[in-house]
Design a protein around this ligand. Sequence first.
Ligand code: FNR
Length: 389
Amino acid sequence: MSNTPSLNALGQAIQPARTQIAADTQSLADYAQQAIHHVEAHAWCHIEGGSDQNLTLQHNRAAFDALRLLPRHLADLRHAHTRSTLLGHALESPILLAPVAYHRLVHPEGELATMRAAMALQTGMVVSTLSSHTLEEIAAAGQQATQDMGHGGGPRWFQLYFQPQREHTLALLRRAEAAGYTAIVWTVDASIKRSGFPLPYGVEAANLRGMPAPQHTSHLAQGPILFGTPLALQAPSWDDLTWLRAQTRLPLLVKGVLSPATARQAVAGGADALIVSNHGGRVLDGAVSPLEVLPAIADAVNVPLLLDSGVRWGSDVFKALALGAQAVLVGRPQLHALATAGMLGVAHMLHLLRAELELCMAQMGCATLADIGPDCLWQSPASRPPHKL
Ligand code: FNR
């Protein structure tokens, strides 16, 4: 083993997480800028990167930036709030933490710190199959935090990746149910993706101990590349949705939907809600942005829609809701905040995003989430007939 200290992506010594929030940290963009100092270089590239040319990664942001808001003033804000219900859960705000693997890559307390912060801010968290603490440890941290805070916390959901053997998938599902998770999020867009990020010492897929390691694409010069390999042969298909639906009574969300046809089929197969997502631009480069397809999916199905990929500002949350989402999820920002300032950072990051949403709603004249709709967006006359003003 080498004694060379690990460096961050700037070639400098990695800084430990801060114990206080710096005064200049005022947005998720600030957390993204600061986090690079606190994360080992390979882990940073793994977290930040998209696939191939990063076309989809960049397009996710461009799609939000291209939309224009059409403010209306003098609304009565005396009873304004951001509450809603989703799949029977009360949400304080329409913002959740997306499932993100291996939080211990950026902070020793990993998902335990993220969960505590989420519960303190009454925010839902979706725990990844690939978490670096066990799903039971994370659930216990969430329960404890909720008790300590003396309020309802937020929903705790479990994200499921199918395992090569069904008995292992079922074991994960049963463990999630037993640990008190209240919904299952089945991610369908990443069963086949390039991978190969070597986990550093001390970070593991804690839930998968004793299960065979997941398959990756082959790096060999000869033999099958993908087709004909176990990765392709064992990839889940629509039959697995039927099977999964029959296994659990928990609400089931399908994550990674981008086409209206997939949305219809997922709902027909028993999905209670969909997460419109391109996995933060990490899978198929060139894929459409979730924001672009959201209206078509909202037309195609009649279940709650959530959206992620590129959400960074309160106005992004607003825009997603205006186009038909009930809630959004953030991925990378939770790792940026965790790396920069641990649990405190994640809590602060969530506070900032919620504060921006409230400010945006107020400036847009929307007292509740129900007031947010397509008429809040300016549609350029060149692209569509204008809304009645
Ligand atoms: C992810 N994502 C992800 N999704 C999932 O269903 N299970 C997982 O284990 C992971 N792991 C993961 C790791 C890292 C480092 C990233 C950045 C993302 C995808 C995640 O849930 C979400 O779809 C995107 O992160 C949303 O895009 P933004 O907010 O990062 O732009």
